[in-house]
Design a protein around this ligand. Structure first.
Ligand code: AMP
Length: 369
């Protein structure tokens, strides 16, 4: 991540990828133009880097010049294009190739076509290093495209954010951090995760995702996912990672506007933890902490048997299934304690006491994050 003025940007396109795209443009254009000596015209300021690299790679004789039309102010492409500076050469009868760093809305391109209409050029071609198909609103033809990119603000390799970033040899993309507080609520079955999650979700305005609850909902509705999950859950075994990770991704996507998440019952394996990290990264976010409720095994068994009297959960009714779930938890899941400890993100909290006492202990940890 880098910071320019008030905004954060994350690495997006490497110098190597840019170099390859410029080589591709140079080859395509020289193949098309044959022995014609073209005039390459860079649009300042942004195109200075791409033009410089491009002409070095262009394998045949050519001329190069620059004109200036300002198009960016801040992060948004402005509607009004400023006037042209620098076109002094007679271009009549010449093959002109405009070299742009980026084409997004197409407003600059519109101006270019307008200006060159009266120049009597033999041919006008447009080449751009970056192109945003989702932003492009015009019909003018773009003849050569280096790399298509999504409609996000980028800096580097000639492109700036309020004057900064043009000098960077790679391209960075604006980081739109969405989810600010993401907690993994951890603890063996019966530790009281569900109860505490309900309180924390209200207090910190977070979305609570319990993978166990999502599976139970699917079982109740007899979905394909539910039928598959049931065969594992009834035995107190973990549902395969592939299935669980896919389901969790869907749940997170459903809550794109959330301020943050409480993940309850997920991750349970290293593979799930890594998948969660990737998912958060894709949202320019991260897991802030794993908060774990620590409760003694025998207390857990007694609590779950008691819950089984009223919860209707088949995996709570039978002591051997309960013990198997606790065993599975320590066998497979406790390694996650190491995973988050290594990142200084593991916080153990005593899970024995009244609901309010435990909630208070959790809040102390979360408020410090
Ligand atoms: P829970 O309600 O969290 O105790 O989960 C009940 C059961 O759902 C577990 O015993 C597993 O069979 C299944 N399950 C819930 N979360 C996961 C997960 N992250 N990975 C695999 N299986 C899960």
């Amino acid at each position: 991540m880098i910071k320019l003025h008030d905004k954060y940007f994350k690495p997006f396109i490497s110098a190597k990828e840019i170099d390859a795209a410029i080589s591709k443009l140079a080859n395509e254009i020289s193949n098309d133009l044959g022995d014609e000596i073209p005039v390459f015209i860079g649009i300042l300021n942004g195109s200075f880097m791409v033009v410089s690299d491009f002409v070095k790679k262009y394998p045949k004789p050519c001329e190069v010049t620059f004109i200036k039309l300002a198009s960016y102010e801040g992060v948004k492409s402005t509607e009004d294009i400023q006037r042209l500076i620098g076109l002094t050469q007679d271009l009549s009868g010449r093959t002109v190739v405009i070299i742009e760093d980026i084409i997004d809305t197409g407003n600059t391109l519109h101006e270019i076509y307008r200006i060159f209409k009266n120049e009597g050029v033999k041919e006008l071609k447009i080449a751009t290093l970056f192109y945003k198909p989702e932003a492009y609103k015009k019909d003018f033809k773009i003849h050569y495209i280096g790399i298509e990119i999504p409609n996000k603000f980028i800096v580097g390799f000639g492109l700036d954010y309020n004057g900064l970033g043009r000098d960077i040899p790679e391209v960075y993309q604006i980081s739109t951090k969405q989810h600010t507080t993401n907690l993994v609520l951890f603890g063996p079955p019966g530790a009281g995760k569900g109860t505490q999650a309900e309180l924390l979700k209200e207090k910190y305005n977070l979305v609570h995702i319990s993978t166990g609850d999502v599976f139970r909902y699917n079982i109740k509705n007899e979905t394909a996912l539910g039928i598959l999950a049931k065969s594992y859950m009834d035995k107190g075994e973990l549902v395969p990672d592939e299935v669980t990770i896919k389901m969790l991704n869907t749940e997170v996507e459903k809550n794109a506007d959330a301020k943050g998440f409480i993940f309850d019952g997920f991750p349970r394996t290293n593979a799930q933890a890594e998948a969660l990290e990737k998912l958060m990264e894709s949202k320019d976010s991260h897991i802030n902490a794993m908060v774990a409720l620590e409760v003694d095994d025998e207390v857990l068994v007694q609590r779950l048997l008691k819950r089984g009297e009223t919860s209707g959960r088949p995996d709570d009714a039978n002591e051997s299934v309960i013990r198997n779930r606790i065993k599975e938890y320590y066998k497979k899941t406790a390694i996650l304690k190491d995973y988050y400890t290594a990142q200084n993100k593991y916080f153990g909290v005593d899970g024995v006491g009244s609901i309010e006492e435990i909630a208070q202990r959790l809040s102390v940890v979360i408020d410090k994050l």
